[in-house]
Design a protein. Structure first.
Length: 258
């Protein structure tokens, strides 16, 4: 049976409203649930419950079919269709590039968040999706990525709990892609006060002028591409995703990752 292109988003919305868990858990999910239960039971009655920290989740490398209307430029997707309740309600699949002072302020806020010495990282990409700012600072020795609400940019009163960041090795540690493909750098899923999000960054080949991310929840996300890099983020728990690259000769093709 052929599915309507909107079915994926509608299904995601219905699942989000259903309080019941999935009928079957994977082996990994069962093991994690059992480990969490064991930690809770072993905790003294007056002691804090230990919480497993969030950690990077690698992209599951399998081809997905891009469907749904989320890829349409400029459409604001109601967050109930993204599996996030009312979270990230202003998010859009098409980013707005930040330049000049806006980009500099985003970069400075990200640097302040980490509180580390300057290692030569500079703003490579800064973008806005709704009320959220995402910035990539890159250098030879290290690079930093931050996702933050717009109200946190340049603010001295917004706490660190409102900013989510990752600090990793620099450009020298990234694999070099072929001319017509990309290589993935940092990919991570975690949560803010508004729910789950996933981001992905990487390097583009010299013939790549655009990148689209296809999430397993049916979203098509236009990545920001500049200075040989790409970044994208979306409201999703990061189950899996794939890429399409757009080339200088006008063709599009699934990305072949190294």
């Amino acid at each position: 049976m052929t599915r309507n292109k909107d079915d994926v988003l509608i299904t995601a919305a219905v699942r989000d409203l259903d309080p019941a868990p999935a009928a079957a858990l994977t082996t990994a999910e069962c093991e994690r649930a059992e480990a969490t239960f064991a930690r809770i039971v072993a905790t003294p009655i007056d002691g804090p419950v230990p919480v497993e920290p969030s950690r990077p989740r690698p992209r599951r490398r399998r081809l997905l079919v891009a469907t749904g209307l989320a890829g349409a430029a400029g459409i604001t997707i109601p967050a109930v269709l993204l599996g996030g309740g009312s979270a990230y309600a202003s998010w859009t699949p098409k980013p707005e590039a930040l330049i000049g002072a806006e980009a500099d302020n985003a970069g400075a806020t990200c640097t302040d968040f980490f509180g580390t010495k300057d290692r030569g990282e500079r703003v490579t990409i800064a973008e806005s999706r709704g009320d959220w700012t995402f910035v990539l600072l890159a250098g030879n020795e290290s690079e930093a990525v931050c996702l933050m609400p717009d109200k946190a940019v340049g603010s001295e009163t917004v706490g660190r709990e409102d900013v989510f960041g990752s600090h990793t090795g620099g450009a020298a540690a990234l694999p070099t892609p072929g001319a017509d493909t990309i290589s993935e750098g940092t990919a991570m899923s975690s949560t803010t006060s508004e729910g789950w999000f996933t981001w992905a960054t990487g390097v583009v080949g010299k013939d790549v002028i655009g990148v689209t991310v296809h999430s397993s929840s049916g979203l098509d996300i236009e990545a920001s591409v500049a200075s040989g890099r790409f970044v994208a983020w979306w409201p999703d728990d990061g189950t899996s995703w794939s890429y399409t690259v757009h080339l200088t000769d006008g063709s599009d093709r699934p990305a072949r990752l190294p």
